[in-house]
Every structure is written in structure tokens, then in C-alpha cells.
Design a protein around this ligand. Sequence first.
Ligand code: FES
Length: 144
Amino acid sequence: MALDYSAKVMDHFSNPRNVGEIENPDGLGEAGNPQCGDIMKIYLKVDDKAPQGPIIEDVKFKTFGCASAIASSSMATEMIKGKTVDEAWKMTNVAVAEALDGLPPIKMHCSVLAEEAIHKAINDYRGKRGLEVIPIKEHEHEAV
Ligand code: FES
């Protein structure tokens, strides 16, 4: 049976925003789901001199995965671009799925990759700046 995807999921899957790599990124994060084998990489460029604190000046992604993972990467990168690093940390996979007008329940785990990859990229950035690395909440990787 075909899954029922929202128009926003189809739009971000067919026309993903922020695809690519950033050379010498300030932060690089990779998350994978061992069940389906999909992998997502997030690249961050951070402006440390912004008055409101470090902001995400640019963000790109590469996702080797399903339609929901690609749509989640695209939406998540749009949501954190221009935000402070602290604000970006607070973005949850549920917020990404809501911004996509929902994901089919068996595809919710695909949005988890975006949250995890962004957290890992922020921690990579924090480590490079000598800041404390924040513990990452482990998600269950349920079967697909
Ligand atoms: Fe693997 Fe979507 S991320 S099925």
C-alpha cells in the first residue's frame, strides 16, 4: 500500500533545499539508522561574531535515504538556518515532522536522523571551539 505523504513532504523530497556539502565546515554530524541503513550528513558554517551569539550562517546536507529522510533533512536545514546554535539544538524531530504537515507513523523515525545529525554537528562545532559537548539523547531505532 502506498504511503500517504503530505504535499509538503512531496515538495521537500522533489525539490530539496540546502543539498550539498560545505568545505571545511565548522561542524559536521552524521547519523544513521542501522535498521534501514539510511545515512544523513549535516554540514554547518557558524558565525561566531553575531551579537546574539553564534548563529548558523549556512547549513547543507547529504542524505542517502528514503523520501521522508530527504524531506526531513531539507525542512530541518531550513528551520535552523539563521538561528543561533542554541536555538538549533532545541529543534526536535517532532517539530520537523509537524513543519512537514506530518509523516506517516512508520516514517517518524526518519525525522529522528535530522535531529541526531544536527546535534552531532553542533557538538562537533562545540568540540572544535573547546566547549563542552552536550550528551545526545538516544532514540530508539524501531524496525522499518
Ligand atoms: Fe530509513 Fe526513512 S530513514 S526508512
